[in-house]
Design a protein around this ligand. Structure first.
Ligand code: ADP
Ligand code: MG
Ligand code: MG
Length: 893
């Protein structure tokens, strides 16, 4: 018999797959002897079974009965008894935290009999009727599929009848009546009565939690966070404790360090006389932990001891939910907490300094995506600014956008390319799509632990929460603060790092982390505050450690001396791709136009000679910037018509001119050439090595320019290390022909200039045929460089420019991709080709140097794959170089 149910005391934190994150950690805390209300966990396996077969596993009923009886014996109370009844919460909890995405039902076990028992036991009649009406409400919504409206209408009516405005003014008798009214609404709307049998409540709630795995918002969240669709959720059945039993009770959320800045010291929110949900939803303003210490010093002390214990145990930032029932502290949840990028770097190094983790572990806890976030620009503090409001710095970043007040508008406006700031009183899981669409989020309620803050941090989205001076009127679609009114469409600048919000568009400046990366530690530390200094030093230490452990080199894709210099400052160890086509743009376009239009061999030779000096000058600059480091220069790749005017424009121009009998000869010739070179599928047309073989002298000229530039540098006493790279090779013969020519030219230049020129000639591997015949191509290649953009296009048979907008969204939706293969390497297909080519190429030529120069070279997941495939280097844009250094280090661990 499969085991579908675990007591809290039976599991541990490493069983997240089976018990879900919440369950595994409840079990761990129980094992540690912390005060966790006893309970049991129905496994994710039971959920997967339910979702697959549409019914619960046969064994489950019996196992739940056994677990429930054990629980009842342990606490000495019975579920739904008429004397001192046991109540439980039925809580969802998947392997990956999905804050607020799925359902939880509290107070299960209350019915017309057990209310009496609870009234006697608690001595608080109002509290009991309030709990009962909450149960019917939650049960109606999550289990019976009713609308929140169905219930809120009844509450409003009750308040009106009594002539009061607040829920708190309803007394025990009113709430008792409300329970009756709620039961009637349930019958009316759901066609069944509210189940009085406690076990039936439990079973139905369990089933509803399983079902909540598939709500729209849960799906949206999973897609966004790349959480597998088939993992399922566990169900945690947990003895209820009550934070709403008066002034000596309450509920809270806390972190063992500040999750938004990483500042050392605990952080949290506490709400007196409340149930858990109330803190997170930001309905009331909360107390800080310091205030909690004043209100209830004993519970506070116990909490601090437990926080320290948990942090030592998990050796990481912990995020904790707790409740105090009449002065007794209970732990309801913990997990390793989500944090911002800055907090991740700072906390990782703090823990190293506290000797809780090693540098290797610290490196595992930060990521390239986080580093990239830290490199985003920030608002210019010197700019003139008008402050709109101030809230909690909930999730950092500098967001500028138009104000919108609801999720649907955020989605619609973002879809037409606008940046929007979503302004709400508070957010709830229904706002998720709007939050994803927005560049920034601003709320008037809730703290750093509110839904908006937690979700924004998880997504790396800028957010300011709990701006107290802000009055958001969602109906009227206006937000007011300090006498300023913002309407839909007005522009706000949201600073998630300071909590400030400004009217209009503020200019941005480079982040201090970029200053550090470009100018070094000392320069970056001048004049920054303590937190920033701490962050910069953390980044510096972790990058240094990554550099020390990584085995892959990191190069940059750079076409100009200037880019190359910047890349070198960012830590590039060479250039993996210099695209020479950029050298033919602007003023020089006419030079290449002349090559294309040449009618005789002599004319073409002249035109090619004219191209030589400017290219040579560019190469000299590049080789100077990369002196002593490998510099891979790719011969011309794009189809020639890209250098000619647009065909349609030219046709119109010539036709007009002809009408007036004044067509110029040049234009007519140009149009003929454009027509001759026109291709239906340029990506698969005359480009790359094909161009080199079809247009005599084109590659020869480029090779000569490289050789002469290198010779000039050598003669000046420098150390140029150019490498010549041939694009789009599919067969050995293609490479052979170019290489033959290169060998001849290099020898010629070496002799003429009187220098030694050892310039390797290698090839890109960007066609499946090249990958599959790599064992042959390696005979003539001094190195391989995987062009994973083209290799992805040619392996899948689609062109990025043509299809990305057309069907990628649908493919992501339908789960054909979990991520675009242009963003993160398709390991199964394209990766397999990389693997085959590397292995078989090295079979022919042991030690063959192989690298990657597609955009994947800067993508964290792809970098890990390239490391495993045994590549020597990745090359990416200069700005991604630090990201690649960090990830190449992490890939080793
Ligand atoms: P989520 O995954 O959305 O955080 P939880 O399962 O943690 O949902 O439950 C939501 C809230 O309900 C929590 O904040 C917690 O404080 C409260 N809660 C859950 N179980 C209990 C319980 N047994 N006793 C008291 N409060 C509970
Ligand atoms: Mg929770
Ligand atoms: Mg290519």
């Amino acid at each position: 018999m499969d085991k579908f149910v675990y007591q809290f005391s039976e599991g541990n934190k490493d069983q997240k797959d089976l018990l879900g994150g919440k369950g595994a950690n409840l079990a761990e805390m129980t094992r540690l002897g912390l005060p966790v209300p006893p309970g049991f966990i129905v496994t994710t396996e039971a959920c997967r079974h339910y979702l697959k077969h549409d019914r619960l596993p046969d064994d489950l009923r019996v196992q739940v009965t056994m677990a429930l009886r054990r629980l009842e014996d342990e606490v000495g109370r019975r579920l739904g008894d008429s004397v001192d009844p046991l109540l439980v919460s039925v809580r969802s909890g998947a392997k990956y935290s999905m804050p607020g995405m799925m359902e939880t039902v509290l107070n299960v076990g209350l019915n017309d009999f057990s209310v009496k028992g609870l009234i006697e036991a608690s001595g608080d009649e109002r509290f009991v009727w309030d709990s009962y009406r909450r149960l019917i409400q939650m049960f109606g919504k999550t289990v019976l599929g009713m609308e929140g409206e169905d219930f809120s209408r009844v509450i409003e009516a009750a308040k009106q009848a009594k002539g009061v405005t607040s829920d708190l003014e309803l007394d025990a008798q009113d709430l008792r009546q409300l329970v009756e009214d709620f039961k009637a609404v349930v019958e009316e709307k759901s066609g069944r009565s509210f189940p009085q049998d406690p076990r039936e409540q439990l079973d139905l709630a369990t089933r509803a939690v399983f079902e909540s795995w598939n709500t729209d918002r849960a799906r949206v969240y999973r897609r966004r966070e790349r959480i597998p669709e088939d993992a399922g959720t566990a169900v945690n059945v947990c003895t209820m404790v009550f934070g709403n039993l008066g002034e000596t009770s309450g509920t809270g959320v806390c972190f063992t360090r500040d999750p938004s800045t990483g500042k050392p010291g605990v952080y949290g929110d506490y709400l007196v006389n409340a149930q858990g949900e109330d803190v997170v939803s930001g309905i009331r303003n909360t107390l800080s932990l310091d205030d909690f210490a004043e209100v209830d010093p004993d519970s506070y002390q116990s909490l601090r001891t437990i926080m320290r214990r948990l942090e030592t145990h998990y050796r990481d930032l912990c995020d904790i939910e707790f409740t105090v029932e009449r002065g007794k502290l209970w732990m309801l949840q913990t997990r390793v907490g989500k944090r911002t990028a800055a907090a991740a770097f700072r906390i990782a190094t703090q823990l190293v300094d506290e000797q809780l983790i090693t540098m290797d572990e610290a490196l595992e806890r930060v990521g390239g995506a986080q580093l990239a976030q830290l490199m985003f620009p920030q608002f210019d503090t010197d700019a003139e600014r008008t402050r709109f409001t101030q809230g909690m710095a909930a999730s950092p970043g500098a967001a500028v956008g138009k104000v919108v007040f609801d999720s649907a508008t955020a989605v619609a406006w973002a879809a037409r390319g606008e940046s929007v700031v979503l302004v709400r009183k508070e957010t709830n899981p229904e706002d998720l799509e709007g939050m994803i669409a927005a560049t920034g989020i601003l709320t008037s309620r809730g703290g750093k632990t509110s839904h908006a803050a937690v979700v924004a941090r998880g997504m790396g989205k800028t957010a300011v929460c709990g701006a107290e001076s802000l009055d958001v009127d969602e109906e009227q679609q206006v937000a007011r603060a300090d006498g300023v009114t913002m309407h839909e469409g007005d522009v706000l600048s949201v600073d998630g790092s300071t909590g400030e919000v400004f009217v209009g568009r503020l200019p941005v400046v480079a982040s201090p982390v970029v200053t550090y990366l470009e100018e070094g530690l000392e320069a970056a530390l001048v004049g920054v505050d303590e937190g920033t200094a701490d962050l910069i030093q953390a980044v510096d230490r972790l990058l240094a450690h990554a550099d020390a452990v990584r085995t892959m080199q990191v190069r940059a894709n750079a076409d100009t001396g200037q880019d190359a210099e910047r890349a070198r400052r960012m830590g590039a160890e060479g250039i993996g791709l210099c695209r020479t086509e950029h050298m033919f743009l602007g003023d020089r376009r006419v030079l290449i136009e002349r090559v294309i239009l040449a009618e005789t061999a002599a004319e073409r030779a002249d035109a090619l000679v004219a191209l030589l000096p400017p290219q040579r000058a560019d190469f000299v600059e590049l080789l100077a910037a990369m002196d002593g480091l490998p510099t891979t220069i790719r011969l011309l790749d794009p189809p020639l018509h890209e250098f000619l005017p647009d065909r349609a424009d030219l046709m119109v121009k010539v036709a007009r001119a002809e009408e007036q009998g004044a067509a110029s000869d040049d234009d007519t010739r140009l149009l003929a050439a454009v027509n001759r070179l026109h291709e239906s599928n340029p990506m698969l047309g005359l480009r790359g090595v094909r161009l080199g073989l079809a247009v005599p002298g084109l590659f020869a000229g480029q090779i000569r320019a490289i050789a002469e530039a290198a010779a000039e540098r050598v003669k000046a006493g420098h150390d140029p290390r150019p490498e010549i790279m041939v694009p789009l090779v599919g067969s050995l013969m293609e490479l052979h022909l170019v290489r033959q020519e290169a060998t001849r030219i290099l020898a010629e230049v070496a002799e003429a200039e009187g220098v030694d020129l050892e310039i390797p000639v290698g090839t890109m591997i960007e066609l499946p045929r090249a990958a599959l015949t790599a064992f042959r191509i390696a005979e003539e290649a001094d190195f391989f460089s995987f062009g994973t953009n083209d290799l992805t296009q040619t392996t899948w048979g689609f062109s990025r420019d043509d299809v990305e907008a057309a069907f990628f969204a649908a493919y992501l939706e339908k789960g054909v991709f979990t991520v675009s293969p242009f963003e993160s390497l398709d390991v199964d297909g394209v990766g397999r080709l990389v693997d085959i080519a590397t292995r078989e190429g090295r079979g022919t030529r042991p030690g063959l140097k192989a690298g990657v120069c597609g955009e994947h070279g800067g993508d964290p997941d792809s970098i890990h794959f390239f490391h495993q495939a045994g590549l020597d280097y990745v090359s990416c844009s200069p700005f991604r170089v630090p990201v690649a250094r960090l990830e190449a280090g992490r890939a080793v661990l």
